[in-house]
Unconditional design. Sequence first.
Length: 165
Amino acid sequence: MRRYAGRRNGGVSEYIKQVVGANNQSVRRHLDAFTRGRIIGKLEEGRSVTSVAVEFGIAHSIVSRLWRQFQTTGTAIRGFSSGRPRGTTPADDRYIVLQARRNRRQTAGEIARHTTQVTGRPISRFTVARRLHGGGLFARCLVRCVPLTPVHRRMRSLWCREHRN
């Protein structure tokens, strides 16, 4: 049995389990910059990759990859992930929320068309809805019905009374 296996109060590994997750296969979370720095520091002291991985309670491959990245680039900062670029900039996002707050009755489609005219980049109404959701605004579908006048209300009320069970 390894000498690290029986350790109970490994403070660091408990913290890592909270940050990374108890089961690394089910949830993938990234190490924060402070923990990355601590791991690099231990490796620079001359400790082995395996002992550092056991101490922090993470996989050997994670520590090895981090060490290799540090040796080639000279930094342990996590780069941006690849993926599809966002259709809007942070300034566009603020503008969309501002438009929605100024014109309460505007639909997401109308905001999308207006933003496309202003910025020159086409965005969909679904993108607008997501940005508004991020800004705390919801339900941008205009209700398409004629508002009832007092006469309409009276007539509907009379009809309901006549057709009551």
